[in-house]
Write a protein that binds this ligand. Structure first.
Ligand SMILES: [Fe+2]
Ligand SMILES: [Fe+2]
Length: 169
């Protein structure tokens, strides 16, 4: 669900001060929320809503492609540079991205009526949910306490994201 500025409930003070709206982590978490919303919309579609299914899955593939690219190009290297404690988590994240990219590449070439289309969307959704849980729980929480300039990084990431073309049009 999207929250309107000014209409959202006040956040607890610690959260409000820890999450400036434009920082790198806030940007990535907003993407996570958006993609989850798209997967939920897919789940709500009827079995035969082929055009809507394809359109939603194209949106999901576009979003995930841009999101994983800004993480791999900018966020993960910045986190890795913070120290060895992040090495295993970032390595795992990259392997999970690679698995997601394979499913995305397949879905982009498929029709919504193809065998296994829905199954591939479901598996992608489950894999992404797991990945997001680990990112938010293991990586973001610790990075938030580090000295990394998340606002500067966030603006770089937002700029880069706008340059990446959509794989599905
Ligand atoms: Fe992410
Ligand atoms: Fe990721």
């Amino acid at each position: 669900m999207r929250t309107q500025p000014g209409k959202s409930k006040a956040l607890p003070k610690s959260m409000a001060t820890e999450s400036p709206p434009n920082d790198a982590i806030a940007l990535l978490m907003a993407d996570h929320e958006h993609v989850k919303d798209l997967f939920d919309q897919f789940d709500g579609l009827g079995e035969r809503a082929m055009v809507s299914k394809k359109k939603l899955v194209d949106d999901i593939c576009n979003e995930l492609t841009k999101h994983t690219m800004i993480e791999e190009e900018l966020f993960y290297p910045a986190v890795r540079a913070l120290g060895k404690q992040f090495e295993d988590d970032i390595d795992e994240a990259l392997v999970e991205h690679a698995a997601a990219k394979q499913l995305i590449a397949q879905l982009l070439t498929m029709d919504a009526s193809d065998d296994l289309y829905d199954a591939k969307v479901t598996v992608l959704s489950e894999q992404i949910a797991h990945h997001v849980e680990e990112e938010e729980g293991d990586i973001f929480a610790t990075v938030r306490k580090s000295a990394l300039d998340l606002v500067a990084l966030g603006s770089q990431m937002a700029q880069r994201k706008q340059q990446i073309p959509d794989p599905a049009r």
